[in-house]
Design a protein around this ligand. Structure first.
Ligand code: F6P
Length: 340
C-alpha cells in the first residue's frame, strides 16, 4: 500500500509522535508513506513529500508538526473536492491517515463517503473529540497552563492580588478544569457552567481573606453574557476565534471593581500548543498512529483510532464525531469539592 498522512487543524504536541508511528508501522509491514503538507491544503493543492523511517526517526520529542498544518476545508467547493481526489490518484495513494480534531476528521469522513480508504487519528489540546477518552495534546497543553498558574501564584502572593489566567480549549472546559484542579485555583470558570458572578466574588474575597491573594482560571469559551467588548472573528470552518473576546481580562476587571482587590490577568494562548509533548501524549500519539495503520492493514476504513479505557480501538467516524465532548457533571462536582 501507499499510505498518505496529513495533520490538520490547530497543532498540538504529539503530532510528530503520531506521524513517526504511522511511518514506522507502515515500513514494518512493507508499505510506503507519503506526507501531505499543511493539512488538507496539501491534498487539495498537491503538496507532499515522501516519508521514510529515516525522515522521522528523531521527531518524537518535537512539538508542532513536521508536515505543517492548516484549517483548510477541502470540500468547500466541488472544484476543491475534485482536486483532492485527483491528487490522491496522481500519487497512487491507496489509503489516507488524517490526524486532526473535529474538522479534519469530518473532512476524512467525507472522503471515506466518497469511496476512499480513510482512517482518523484524533488530536487536540481541547480534548473535545467525542469518541475518545483523551486526545493527545491535551496533557501537554494543560501541563503548560499548570506551569503558568504556578508562576502566577508566586506573583499574586507577593502583591496580594487576584490573578486570572485565561486558557484555551474552545467551547469545552477540559484545559481549564485540569489546570484549576491540578494547580489549586481558588475558582475555575468553565463554559459548561453558567457564569455565576456572586459566587466567583465570594470565592475571591474568601481566598484573599484567608491567604492574601486569589487565583482564578478562566476558559476562553465562557459566556459572560451581553457586554460591550470584542467578538471573535471566524476561521475557515466558521469557528469564532475565542481568544479575541478577552474574557480573562474582563473577569479580572470585574473582580477589581466588585471586590476592590487589585487584579491582573494573563493569557497564555498559543504557548500552550508548543514545546515537547509530555510522556503521556507521546505514548498515546504513538499508539494511535500505529493503530491507524493496523486498521488499514486489517482492511478497515472509515474508522478512527480512539482510546477507550486502556485500549486503543477503531470506531466509525460517526461515533467519534457524534458531538463535541464537554466536561461532565462528575468532573464539575470534583472541581467544586475544592471550593470551600
Ligand atoms: O482547537 C485548538 C485551539 O487551540 C483552541 O483551543 C483555540 O480556541 C483555537 O485552537 C485557536 O485557533 P488558532 O490557532 O487558529 O488561533
Amino acid at each position: 500500500m501507499r499510505i498518505g498522512v496529513l495533520t490538520g487543524g490547530g497543532d498540538c504536541p504529539g503530532l510528530n509522535a503520531a506521524i513517526r508511528a504511522v511511518v514506522y508501522r507502515a515500513a514494518q509491514n512493507g508499505h510506503e508513506v507519503v506526507g501531505f503538507l499543511d493539512g488538507w491544503k496539501g491534498v487539495r493543492d498537491d503538496l507532499s513529500r515522501p516519508l521514510a523511517p529515516a525522515d522521522v526517526a528523531d521527531i518524537v520529542l518535537r512539538g508542532g508538526t513536521v508536515l505543517g498544518s492548516s484549517r483548510t476545508n477541502p470540500f468547500k467547493t466541488p472544484e476543491d473536492a475534485e482536486k483532492v481526489l485527483a491528487t490522491l490518484d496522481r500519487h497512487h495513494v491507496d489509503a489516507l491517515v488524517t490526524i486532526g480534531g473535529d474538522d479534519t476528521l469530518t473532512a476524512g469522513r467525507e472522503l471515506a463517503r466518497r469511496g476512499r480508504k480513510v482512517v482518523g487519528v484524533p488530536k487536540t489540546m481541547d480534548n473535545d473529540v467525542a469518541g475518545t477518552d483523551w486526545t493527545f495534546g491535551f496533557d501537554s497543553a494543560s501541563s503548560v497552563a499548570l506551569d503558568a498558574l504556578e508562576r502566577l501564584r508566586d506573583t499574586a502572593g507577593s502583591h496580594h492580588r487576584a490573578v486570572v489566567l485565561e486558557v484555551m480549549g474552545r467551547h469545552a472546559g477540559w484545559v481549564a478544569l485540569a489546570t484549576g484542579l491540578a494547580g489549586g485555583a481558588d475558582f475555575t470558570l468553565l463554559p459548561e457552567e453558567p457564569y455565576d458572578e456572586p459566587r466567583l466574588m465570594d470565592h475571591v474575597r474568601a481566598a484573599v481573606a484567608r491567604k492574601g491573594f486569589a487565583l482564578v482560571v478562566v476558559s476562553e469559551g465562557i459566556d459572560l453574557g451581553p457586554r460591550k467588548g470584542n467578538a471573535g472573528s471566524g476561521d475557515q470552518f466558521g469557528h469564532e476565534l475565542l481568544k479575541e473576546r478577552e474574557v480573562g481580562a474582563e473577569v479580572a476587571k470585574r473582580i477589581e471593581t466588585v471586590t476592590g482587590v487589585e487584579s491582573r490577568s494573563a493569557v497564555i494562548g498559543h504557548i500552550q500548543r508548543g514545546g515537547a509533548p509530555t510522556l503521556f501524549d507521546r505514548i498515546l500519539a504513538t499508539r494511535m498512529g500505529a493503530k491507524a495503520v493496523d486498521l488499514l492493514l486489517a482492511g478497515r476504513s472509515g474508522e478512527v483510532a480512539v482510546l477507550r479505557g486502556a485500549e486503543v480501538i477503531g470506531v466509525p467516524f460517526d461515533e467519534a464525531l457524534r458531538e463535541n465532548k464537554k466536561v461532565g457533571p462528575d468532573w464539575i462536582d470534583l472541581l467544586h469539592t475544592f471550593d470551600a
